[in-house]
Design a protein around this ligand. Sequence first.
Ligand code: SAH
Length: 365
Amino acid sequence: MSRANRRSVVSVTAPTCYDHSRAELAEILGDQPRYRVDQVWSGLYEQLARPSDLTALPKALRARLAIALPSALRLIDERVNDGGDTVKYLWELDGGARIETVLMLYPDRVTVCVSSQAGCAMACGFCATGQAGFTRQLTPGEIVEQVVVAARRGRELGRRVGNVVFMGMGEPLANEGPVWTAIERIHDDLGLSARHLTVSTVGIVPGIRNLAERPLPVNLAVSLHAANDSLRDELVPINRRYPLDMLMAACRDYLEAKGRRLSFEWALIHGTNDRFRDAAELAERCHSLPLSAHVNLIPLNSTPGYPTKGTSTEGVIRFRDELVRLGVNATVRRNRGTDIDAACGQLAAGQPVATPGLRRSRTEP
Ligand code: SAH
């Protein structure tokens, strides 16, 4: 295969604004005075400006950059929950794939939950994204721009986006290269600290091992949901390839390499993984690590393709108390965005476009 052909197979989308490295931007600006590179780069990453809004540039250059640095995300729909503290964006990408981004405003911090793939191939039955299947990988620019758009919105509200979680659509460790490039850009150029970046994985062991080798000590979240192989094989099919002992060994090595916080995500499913014996198994797994993991509990959110209910509020508290009694750090996560299908596991990018009364209905927090 010729090089050109190979490239067309590997890269199916044209680079967008936040795909370019600084060196590539310098190439695009090759006929300009050198200070323009810094000017445009800081415009994009510090001012969070669109190329067409860089008013310090000559008009003709601005027009040229608007074409050379196109936006990756075309807004299809924006939904705001009743409380106004959660915003879900539905975007269309080059080629028509759709993804979602969720912005969450808390009193003490602002977090953006980004997608790393359009769809997901991991096929977890309880997750709406898994039910829909895989469409394509995202490029670094498509990931970074999700953060930029959220940060722009935050700034309009007088808030700074300080946290990024890779808990939107997709499996970040099944799209490692682009995800890592995006993480570096978010850290180096948007200025977020590695402590505030969290990669959430279904448990791709080689990906966890590669992450341990990377220089930035980002947080790792593992979506565990079951602490024995027979249940986990059922809930999280990739467990058949990377069973629990192998996964726990990779977690242990990650902790030893990074000394960062590790969390286990546990979606409580009524009668399935919310019993005392599930808590005991989970506690045992936590205690097998050199630094105890933090368990984040959330009742399962309903999705069209999975009939079983989430655990009741009382059941969640009971499970949490049992873990605490067994010496495990556990918190119940606030469940954001259920009324706009923006909560964990509800991102499917396929809902009808408009929900009357929910669009642009936000007032400031
Ligand atoms: N693929 C990655 C990141 C995306 S999912 C991962 O698996 O970690 C983000 C989180 O939502 C994961 O912890 C996932 O297990 C959880 N989740 C998926 N479906 C859910 C549902 N219906 N209710 C609650 N949490 C869910």
